[in-house]
Ligand binder design. Structure first.
Ligand code: ADP
Ligand code: MG
Length: 362
């Protein structure tokens, strides 16, 4: 990928795509600081090499009205320096002319052109900048203006986080098949089943829980009662060998009101045994409806078993990280990906447009 370390940054005006898409509590407190701290290395590097840095990012949390305005004091504390706030894109050029330290533009998705990947909008955004750096791995599967169209205008480079994510995830994909275990749970079939498909010949075992297990059980003709299933699953499962000996699906369940809501004891025992003997573990997706304590047992046990195993362990996914935060310490994992959908797309072997634009696949 286009390497940032080779660039002379002195006095360069840098448009930096960052990932500050954090959940915020009712009291206005940032609930996941990990994502923000992961940005610090690249921002520090740029500042210490004399670059003039304007950051762009999106935020989805409704409680702050999808705006960074109220979060600026917390960003200051988390990053360790004052960051100025720029409300709109047209105000950027004036700021660059009288540069007064690093700044953040408010939610880039407030601009209509962003999600449309509008080249004209990207042109306005690029005004006055010398180069563009993408340090938001989690958005690399999106063809948005601040991810893709912008790279057609400015010389573009990968930030350190994008470099780290791609290197670590590529390593686990390419690691020896022997002793490699993929664990998939959670809900959204369209993002998860392609990962199972890609790993079935790359991993020793693929353990499946959550709604994805319901989808597979149903496709195999088993009774799932009123369990949650994904209506897109049957089509997505075409081409996956449901009888493969590598694919391990739950044998017993925690059922309530005719719904499978967690994996059962026998399954937990079987999954934990496989985890214990693994050399590499990739985990995405809770085993059950873990938000309710009654159905958290499977996810809790799997999280403990992975944390205790001596395998190289990689995890990712918004709800998976919340579950880990709740049950074990996140620092017991070797690599925690900031990418949810982007990580899954990468693990599924798809080409991510944001990475392609940085020269990753060439
Ligand atoms: P991640 O964000 O880690 O990728 P997902 O968003 O795919 O995970 O899925 C997490 C959600 O799946 C959780 O809200 C959890 O309650 C739900 N879930 C898991 N198993 C079940 C189940 N058996 N029935 C209903 N919901 C489930
Ligand atoms: Mg989720």
């Amino acid at each position: 990928m286009n390497n940032l370390r080779q660039v002379d940054l002195k006095d360069k005006k840098v448009l930096l795509r960052v990932d500050f898409d954090v959940p915020v509590s009712d009291k206005g407190q940032i609930e996941e600081v990990f994502r923000i701290k992961k940005q610090k290395e690249t921002i520090d590097y740029l500042i210490s090499h004399g670059a003039k840095v304007i950051m762009v990012a999106h935020i989805s949390d409704e409680s702050v009205g999808r705006s960074f305005a109220a979060l600026m004091p917390q960003l200051h504390i988390l990053l360790g320096y004052e960051i100025n706030f720029i409300k709109t894109v047209p105000e950027i050029s004036a700021y660059l002319e009288n540069y007064a330290g690093p700044a953040l533009l408010d939610n880039i998705r407030q601009n209509e052109g962003e999600e449309k990947n509008d080249p004209e909008f990207a042109g306005q955004l690029a005004q006055g900048f010398d180069l563009y750096i993408n340090n938001d791995f989690a958005v690399c599967h999106r063809s948005h203006a601040s991810v893709l169209a912008i790279t057609k205008i400015l010389p573009s480079y990968a930030g350190f986080l994008v470099e780290e994510e791609t290197a670590k995830l590529r390593d686990v994909i390419n690691s020896p098949k022997d002793g490699k275990t993929l664990i998939i749970g959670g809900a959204k079939a369209s993002t998860k089943i392609p990962v199972i498909k890609n790993f079935l010949d790359k991993a020793d075992k693929v353990l499946v829980g959550g709604v994805i297990a319901n989808d597979i059980l149903k496709a195999k003709g088993q009774e799932v009662g009123d369990s949650v299933v994904d209506e897109n699953a049957p089509e997505l499962l075409i081409g996956l060998d449901l009888n493969s000996s590598q694919l391990v699906i739950p044998k017993d369940f925690n059922i309530s009101e005719k719904k499978i809501l967690d994996i059962g004891r026998e399954t937990i025992r079987e999954f934990c045994e496989i985890i214990k003997n693994s050399k590499t573990i990739i985990w995405n997706g809770p085993m059950g409806m873990f938000e309710d304590d009654k159905f958290a047992g499977g996810t809790w046990a799997i999280a403990q078993a992975i944390a205790d195993s001596s395998a190289f362990k990689v995890v990712g996914g918004g709800d998976t990280i919340s579950a880990i935060d709740k049950f074990v310490k996140i620092d017991r994992f070797d690599f925690v990906s900031t990418g949810g959908g982007a990580m899954l797309a990468f693990l599924a072997g798809e080409e991510l447009p944001g990475l392609k634009a940085l020269g990753y696949y060439s």
